[in-house]
Design a protein around this ligand. Sequence first.
Ligand code: PDD
Length: 285
Amino acid sequence: MGRIAYVNGRYVPHAEAAVHIEDRGYQFADGVYEVLAVYKGKLIDEPGHIERLDRSLRELRIDWPVTPRVLAVLMRETIRRNRLTDGTIYLQVTRGVASRSHPFPDDAAPALVMTVKAKDLNTLKGGIPTKVITVPDQRWARPDIKSVALLPNCLAQQQAKEAGCYEAWQVDRDGYVTEGTMSNAWIVSAKGELMTRSADGNTILNGITRLAVLDVAKAAKVKLVQRPFTVAEVKKAREAFLTSTTSFVKPVVEVDGRKVGNGEPGPITRQLGKLIAERLEAQVA
Ligand code: PDD
């Protein structure tokens, strides 16, 4: 963890950073968040993350705690005060502090907190192969909102950890994979098509990395379809991978204890991983 946290207008030592016990984020998970990568001291894909934050806030009718321009300054100052070069910045906005009562309070001011974490993004962007399990998707009906209500994600993630896996791919009632607990899910089908679930139906978080991979895949003329896929299709897939701000393109070589393809990262996964790593370098050049 970084040494300095931002809490509602103040930079404070991380160990002393606190919010009130009646913050609605604490009581009702009434808040949203974003995680941005910081590489070589620069914010990665900032416009995409800010646009998504704006959407999450609008969907929940939470006001911006500061203007987007001020937020941009505050993020940079938090990075600077922590002397962060490579890692992530976490920002969270809740509806604010009010005596516990379900409807929105009349007079609460939205609360903003930020923390940073140092991470070696160079190893991550190398695409370390990983394993996943599949679990029932037990989340609410709006996973498209980046809400801090992550209990189902935490339960599934714990299950993955106990199975020696990095991620749990959540499966809807019709048997289709929605996404991971903290990343989006992709396969290269038995027919060689790159596949990921469409973000249109509000059943997944529209990952910023997901959007970047769609862009580079289109530019590289990779055969692509956005549609849900079943666990059976995953088991027959040639390749699989997951994407997120902190994982970039991470090859998935085993699902529920069975090898995907030949159990090695596949050619399309490696190609997309390389293109995303190049895109990252281009943003800080
Ligand atoms: N997770 N799906 C879910 C459920 C996520 O929580 C995330 C991100 C993603 C990928 O989105 P992006 O590419 O914008 O990071 C997909 C963040 C990193 C987290 O919760 O830590």
